[in-house]
Design a protein around this ligand. Sequence first.
Ligand SMILES: Nc1ncnc2c1ncn2[C@@H]1O[C@H](COP(=O)(O)OP(=O)(O)OP(=O)(O)O)[C@@H](O)[C@H]1O
Length: 331
Amino acid sequence: MIHTDGLTKWFKVTRGEYVHAVRAIDLSVGEGELAAVLGPNGAGKSTTLRMLTTLLEPSEGRATVAGHDVRSARAAVRQRIGYIGQGNGAGHYQRVRDELVVQGYAYGLRRREAHRRADELLDTLQLTELAKRTVATLSGGQRRRLDIALGLMHAPPVLFLDEPSTGLDPQNRANLWEHVLAVREQFGTTLLLTTHYLDEADAMAERVVIIDHGRIIADDTSERLKAGLAGDRVSVVAADPEDAARVAELAVTAGEVHEASTDGPVVTVRAPEGRALLPAWLRTLDAEGLKVSSADVARPTLDDVFLSLTGRSLREEAGDLPVATPEQVAA
Ligand SMILES: Nc1ncnc2c1ncn2[C@@H]1O[C@H](COP(=O)(O)OP(=O)(O)OP(=O)(O)O)[C@@H](O)[C@H]1O
């Protein structure tokens, strides 16, 4: 549904200086997939989305969405996508249902179809009770749901959402996600969204694309990214700190282990399958007569993945991209 080949964007900032916002991105998202694009501030997420939605012309490379080229078939792409940007699209003084119907007309729906679709979306996004309220009276979470409904009025097969949950409290974020998943379930929509929230991408998206400095640095299921790059963190606390070195040695005999470290009585290892390693490790320790006071397995997070790829934490704000001369951009 979404394919890019060397998709690139640079912006001229001053004479002779450019920001290389997106660098040769190759991405492929299949029909009905839900992919989250994750990355620090300024990584190039919005710029990528804006190229895929025909709002920005790529500097180089190619992209097709729903089978049409974003450069040469902009109108065809626009007919087949919904885009919910970071701003709020709905007018303030219109009633909710009217806003949807007018949007339907803008996309060329006939009266009956626009009304039917508006009611269907009000139902899916649990806005029916608010249908007669003016947009200005809605809460932040309700407005975000209305934005999604607006983006879906013309039944696009692909929906792009740029940071849909930013600014919402945790309860409203969870609620929004329920609705995004319901949309996919009901309409089979392909969804590509950007988010800052690691936990959200982890829990909801089946596919996580991590962008840093305009490049894709990881693209896989969250589970595989975490298992392959970070591994579970397994800790055992020796009852006697003198045993710590021996406890660490025995971890290796219990299963596959990467990086072992000791800190006083605490022995920590990384393991691809922590939940399998820990009982085997404890059995080995028991057989050797070594006493343990506590043990723990922590699943890796996407932040661990980002850290192991870049040496930085995704939770820290990334600085702006350096500007470059045209020669550097070309290189
Ligand atoms: N019109 C523009 N002119 C110059 N530079 C731009 C322009 N638009 C974006 N940039 C720069 O391109 C880089 C990527 O920006 P982009 O908005 O795509 O990042 P992002 O990952 O979406 O960030 P955020 O999470 O903060 O929204 C940034 O360094 C940004 O300052």
